[in-house]
Design a protein around this ligand. Sequence first.
Ligand code: PMP
Length: 405
Amino acid sequence: MPVPAPRLSERLHAAGRQRITDGLWRSPPRVDYLDATHALVGGRRLTVFCHNDYLGLAHAPELATARLAAAARWGSGSTASAMVCGYSRAHAELEAALAEWTGRDRALLFATGYMANVGVLQTLLRGGDVCLQDKLNHASLLDGARLSGAMLKRYPHGDAEAAARQLALHPDVPALLATDGVFSMDGDIAPLADLSRLATSRRALLLVDDAHGLGVLGPAGAGTAAAAGLDQVQVPLLMGTLGKAVGTAGAFVAGPQELIEDLAQFARSHIYSTAPPPALAETTLAAVQLARTDHGRREHLDALIRHFRQAAAQLSLPLMPSQTPIQPLLVGDAGLACRISAQLAEAGFLVTAIRPPTVPAGQARLRVTLSAAHSMDQLDRLLDALERLFHQSPDSTLADGSATM
Ligand code: PMP
């Protein structure tokens, strides 16, 4: 007698089948990096133009010695959560360096940015509070608010006036206002000065998720808030990730001493999770020092961004309004975005198509990202390929070949 599948797995499987029918089933491409900009993908050597390694530090030869020394000194793992025995000098030094870099009193490490956002929101908010968020905030901010039981209100993207109107509907309720600094799928920058004024006037707590701004924007790469001239009083909670411009992995939350100490006491995703490996913390410290001081990387990145936007505009490519290394090309149809991505792979470039549910329906795109590790020459070759693909008749090239990445 066949045993019937449990209802929950059956329901999930039905959702998966629907995703296949809708052409939205996703599988990760296997990307075996060869150096900072090249990887073997499906047996082909491709130039990668879709990672978040904005400063090119993930494979930087300048960090090779630090990587080896850190592994030799600290071994592989942290052995426990921070509160038990997983917290070392390497972690303490990294937290101090992150606080200094971002101009905050204190930083607290988390294993990932997802865990940092969920931990912070779940700790601060309770049922009956209000959590106001930009419509395009990262999923981890939304999930943290949902987990907290607070009222989650989402305002139209980048619209501080709409945020103010929504907040005015809940005058006497403790409130937290959360926004990405740089929006991960669009690349534009949040109106932080306006949001900060709004938060201050309402005694709401402002949290900025600067996953994509840290290392890239502001003096010495201190991030989006620093670029807007906002300090710890104006942006009390700053979340930064270490797996993007810093080129390693993990995340931190930085802010006033007392607030961060209190979060360390109560944030469940910090307390009940194994601390990041100390070797990773020490390697990250070396990467942070390089990110702060190597202004040449940011200057080259800025030059790449300017060149890409200027050339793409001349070629009438569907640019979005972004001044950051995230330069998406809006395609609309998910199938078409996948076909262009497959054709780009044929031409030697990895640019994954971003489709719903990561972006709203009808807004599939090629999320081109630029890195200080790219050369102008690599960028020009990408632009040539984009020109050929976007201006070819759809039925000659883009209509066939349905490989997805
Ligand atoms: N916030 C934003 C805006 C992100 O883009 C990401 C990563 N995609 C995260 C948070 C999560 O960070 P992590 O990858 O370290 O979990």
